[in-house]
Design a protein around this ligand. Structure first.
Ligand SMILES: Nc1ncnc2c1ncn2[C@@H]1O[C@H](COP(=O)(O)OP(=O)(O)OP(=O)(O)O)[C@@H](O)[C@H]1O
Ligand SMILES: O=P(O)(O)OC[C@H]1O[C@H](OP(=O)(O)OP(=O)(O)O)[C@H](O)[C@@H]1O
Ligand SMILES: [Mg+2]
Length: 282
């Protein structure tokens, strides 16, 4: 049975369970459940604190886990990313009162509050900056106002939390992060059960980012139309009953689909349809 770690709380928890559910796996029914068995798929899910997942996975007790890249790096655990999942995208940045700290070198002798002291200590060490790092479990933005720290290092997505606290980022982003599937380092990567799990998740990611597009166009416009909708391998082209017309079918990125439909229409294509893809194996 494949043993998989899933975040039990916080920003990662909902989207992680949602993608697993979409991939056909049974997920827990209520948030207090710590373990769920999916006998049909021979998988056991362990709902763990997001910060602990890399530790469990690196120990080899669990085969794989869903976590954030920043949490993986922060833990220092011997585990690696095997599939980025495209949600919980964030940057990790230093911030302070406007102008109070101008760059990283300015942090020497100061105090930095963070929930990710593993990332911060490594970053400062690599740059030879000696500063004190104070661990806080969350809401670190408030640490400056309350005089606990001169600067903070925290997850930034929209920047709203920083703005609300009257803080500004300084220096380059320390790292970028998104949710990912991880496994212990040194694994050969050939486990067929893990490969099947990854294919299922990849199928969901593709289904989320692509739509199926169908349209009819005159045969003489086909090459231009196909350039707009090249598909993954190559589009399917079938003859229509009306001579000189063809039907075309191709997957296109969902994001640009409306623009492609406009361009196809301008080329003379008609009956242009897009439909959602629910699941796929590439
Ligand atoms: N606002 C956000 N936008 C995008 N990703 C975020 C956001 N906040 C946290 N994350 C990501 O979620 C992961 C942190 O999850 P975790 O559950 O530990 O924190 P949390 O969502 O802040 O919950 P908690 O309330 O327990 O602190 C990290 O990978 C982080 O980059
Ligand atoms: O840039 P933003 O869009 O504002 O998002 C970033 C904020 O979201 C997270 O906080 P969360 O709400 O999880 O609270 P926490 O600080 O207690 O973890 C993170 O720690 C930041 O504070
Ligand atoms: Mg948080």
């Amino acid at each position: 049975m494949l043993r998989i770690a899933v975040p039990n709380k916080g920003s990662l928890s909902g989207p992680a369970s949602a993608i697993l559910h979409e991939a056909g796996y049974r997920q827990r029914k209520e948030s207090k459940e710590l373990v769920t068995v999916d006998p049909d798929n021979e998988v056991e899910f362990f709902y763990l604190r997001p910060k602990d997942i890399a530790i469990y996975v690196s120990s080899g007790k669990l085969d794989i886990g869903v976590t954030g890249e920043d949490l993986l790096i922060d833990s220092g655990a011997q585990a690696e990313v095997i599939l980025p999942l495209g949600f919980a995208r964030s940057t990790f940045r230093f911030a302070s009162r406007p102008g109070a700290v101008k760059d990283i070198a300015d942090l020497a002798g100061r105090t930095i509050a963070t929930s990710y002291e593993g990332i911060v200590a490594k970053y400062l060490d690599e740059r030879g900056v000696e500063a004190s790092v104070v661990h806080l479990d969350g809401a670190v933005e408030t640490a400056i106002e309350l005089g606990v720290a001169d600067a903070i290092a925290d997850v930034v997505e929209t920047g709203t939390s920083l703005r609300n606290a009257g803080l500004e980022v300084f220096g380059e982003p320390i790292m970028r992060s998104e949710a990912c599937v991880i496994r212990a380092k040194g694994n050969d990567g050939d486990d067929p059960k893990v490969q099947q799990f990854l294919r299922r998740l990849q199928g969901v990611l593709v289904a989320r980012t692509y739509v199926m597009m169908d349209y009819d166009c005159r045969a003489e416009h086909l090459e231009k139309a196909v350039a707009l909708t090249p598909g993954l391998e190559s589009p399917t082209v079938s003859p229509l009953h009306n001579e000189g017309w063809v039907a075309v079918r191709a997957m296109v990125p969902a994001k640009g689909a409306q623009r492609i439909m406009d361009d196809l229409y301008d080329l003379g294509a008609r009956a242009i349809l897009t439909t959602a893809i629910h699941a796929c194996r590439l």
